[in-house]
Write a protein that binds this ligand. Sequence first.
Ligand code: S6P
Ligand code: ZN
Length: 196
Amino acid sequence: MYNRPYAFNVALPQGRPDRFDRHVQRRLTEMTGQFLDQDAFEAMAASGNPVIYEVYELVRPQTAGELNHGLSVVHAGKVGDEYFMTKGHFHARLERAELYYCLWGEGLMVMETPEGEWAVEELRPGRVLYVPPRWAHRSVNTGKSEDLITLFTYPADAGHDYGTIERQGFRKLIIEYTGQPIAVDNPRWRLPEGKP
Ligand code: S6P
Ligand code: ZN
């Protein structure tokens, strides 16, 4: 592993860094069960299965002290009334935080804890968001046509727990209502297994 300081540039508004180890393109059908409107989901999956978001990541050794970092690019669009968003996850090591800095676009970060707290914070260029330990996080692009681009960094030993969100969803969904984004209760949200 290369262990000298380095710097890189981010082209805007593409959000593409000129250095990265990993590029992920997440298409709609990789998010089965997360969008509420099943008919809209299936229609969109059948007509092109669009890329919903992309991640360019610089991956560091998974040891305490190292920081992974990179760019998250959520494209603009909606499935029914629900804005394009990331899958969202808890960190596998729950006690690991994350920092986001918004570079482009407009959006919201939806967050929740296993204990039932939830929060929604605005993302717009110049805004910094701290996601504390224990908070699952999902970025939502509420813009009409521009990408939502954020720079993120988190401990390289954090790991990702996608399964919990795949099973139970987030408590809150972001939908467009009379032209504006609003947070609504997720009717499909389920109590974590084992909880009364
Ligand atoms: C990783 C960090 C981001 C997300 C990215 C995509 O801890 O939070 O790099 O990976 O925004 O979201 P997701 O939920 O598909 O990983
Ligand atoms: Zn994360």
